[in-house]
Ligand binder design. Structure first.
Ligand SMILES: [Mn+2]
Length: 298
């Protein structure tokens, strides 16, 4: 039974997750799926108190140490909402622990913790970068991975805070109408509008900002993926009266990076992601009183 004491226990001691039988992992995955299923693809948060904070967390990639440190700071500072921008698994040493920990937080505090879909919440990336193999090795049956995919299939893509601050994993898509198309949709609605939004959903998870670029250009990341410049970024932001965009998806040696006249903040929440010879501090973003501030984790 994944009751409150059970969830509190693994939230406190996530290293225990690696010892759990699949029946517990399965219950966590299914319960999380049930919750995400009922959320909108474009989440909307409205804070009426200027002192309330929303924290936005970037890529974790199996880095349990950084994730645990973040949760300690969250317990201490008590932001009203916490939004993970995705890429919880792949590459790091504690991928299952990180995913199950984030889902346990979601199940325990469903109106406080939120998770958006990153490009690594997909089967193709998990096969290429390790989580699929780790899971198969641990549980000895690749069919069980379908329960992970069922969670991926119902994750939201964007979050809008106070109608002016947009959060997503990668970047803005070419289709400027995408937020109007997504508004109000739930995961079950994707199938009926798939043709009109599929390309944009990929770009939301994959696109990158690029200084000194005009328009959209092909990305080194692969076909259909784009880099976007300040002009199209401003068009998109003006279309919806947005003040800031917060995204993740790229690691920077300084921990975070501002783009486009400090209207786009790029964060990354896995410390020393490329190893100790290419160090980076982990970062996150704090939204308070409609301002965005980057923070480094000490
Ligand atoms: Mn990514």
């Amino acid at each position: 039974m994944i009751d409150k004491p059970f969830l509190d226990n693994i939230i406190r001691e996530p290293y225990k997750i690696s010892k759990l039988d699949f029946q517990y992992i399965s219950q966590i995955l299914r319960r999380a799926e049930e919750i995400f299923k009922e959320e909108k693809l474009l989440l909307e948060f409205n804070l009426d108190d200027s002192k309330s904070e929303v924290w936005v967390i970037g890529d974790i990639h199996g880095n349990l140490e950084t994730l645990q440190r973040l949760i300690e700071i969250i317990d201490e500072k008590k932001p009203e909402f916490v939004i993970f921008l995705g890429d919880i698994v792949d590459r790091g040493t504690s991928q299952l622990e990180c995913l199950i920990l984030v889902l346990a937080l979601k199940i325990r505090y469903p109106n406080r913790y939120y998770l958006l879909k990153g490009n690594h919440e997909t089967l193709e990336m998990n096969k290429a970068y390790g989580f699929f193999q780790e899971f198969k090795y641990r549980f000895n049956d690749q069919k069980k991975f379908d329960e992970v995919l069922a969670v991926y299939n119902v994750l939201p893509f964007c979050a809008l805070v106070n109608k002016g601050i947009l959060c997503l994993h990668g970047g803005i898509p070419e289709d400027i109408a995408i937020l109007r198309k997504l508004k109000g949709l739930k995961p079950r609605d994707i199938a009926s509008v798939f043709k009109t939004i599929a390309k944009s959903l990929v770009q939301i998870m994959w696109n990158d900002p690029k200084s000194d670029l005009k328009g959209f250009s092909e990305s080194f990341r692969g076909p259909g993926i784009k880099s976007f410049g300040e002009d199209v970024f401003n068009d998109f932001m003006n279309e919806y009266n947005l003040k800031y965009l917060i995204r993740a998806h790229e690691v920077f040696p300084e921990g975070y990076r501002w783009f486009f006249n400090e209207r786009l903040l790029s964060i990354f929440s896995s410390a020393n992601y490329r190893g100790k010879f290419s160090p980076n501090p982990a970062s996150y973003a704090v939204i308070k009183n409609n301002l965005v501030k980057p923070k480094l984790i000490k």
